[in-house]
Write a protein that binds this ligand. Structure first.
Ligand code: SF4
Ligand code: SF4
Ligand code: SF4
Length: 150
């Protein structure tokens, strides 16, 4: 049990969520944000909504925030930032282990994943944090499950 708590990652709430403490206070667990998501990436974990990028990407349509009547997902306006998470590539990326792979670059609509040539191995993916929107489209594409949003 103790190990479970230590290993537990921070939940990825839907876009425009309040800070975690405030979110837990505001969210009524009504589930209204879940069926309105066109990409079906919002799931319930321990009673509260979370985003699961293994199911797909966020299009930032705003439907979840509009559906939230309790202010837990608070979109101030069209310009408000949905979240600050960005894609990160982990050590188990196939290209880091000598396997040619550029799969994750294809679904990225803003071309934030670039492949830098290097001597002695296939090009490595590098995420341009300035371009990455945190949409998560790259996550499910990776055959090694090496991409997370942080
Ligand atoms: S903004 Fe749209 S696509 Fe993204 S989680 Fe909310 S409902 Fe789903
Ligand atoms: S999270 Fe979205 S924008 Fe960022 S690298 Fe992945 S696909 Fe591109
Ligand atoms: S798809 Fe995954 S394994 Fe392939 S280059 Fe991208 S991060 Fe590495």
């Amino acid at each position: 049990m103790r190990g479970d708590f230590k290993a537990r990652r921070a939940p990825q709430r839907p876009p425009w969520a309040l800070t975690e403490e405030a979110f837990l206070g505001a969210c009524s667990r009504c589930g209204e944000c879940i069926p309105v998501c066109p990409t079906r990436i919002i799931v319930v974990v321990r009673g509260y909504p979370e985003v699961d990028f293994k199911r797909g990407e966020c299009s930032f349509c705003g439907a979840c925030a509009t559906a939230c009547k309790h202010g837990a997902l608070l979109r101030a306006g069209n310009e408000s930032t949905p979240w600050t998470i960005r894609a990160q590539v982990a050590e188990n990326c196939l290209a880091r282990h000598g396997v040619e792979c550029r799969v994750c670059g294809d679904p990225c609509a803003v071309a934030a994943i670039r492949f830098s040539p290097r001597l002695g191995g296939p090009p490595l993916p590098e995420v341009d944090a300035g371009s990455c929107t945190g949409c998560g489209a790259c996550v499910a594409s990776c055959p090694a499950a090496a991409i997370t949003l942080k």
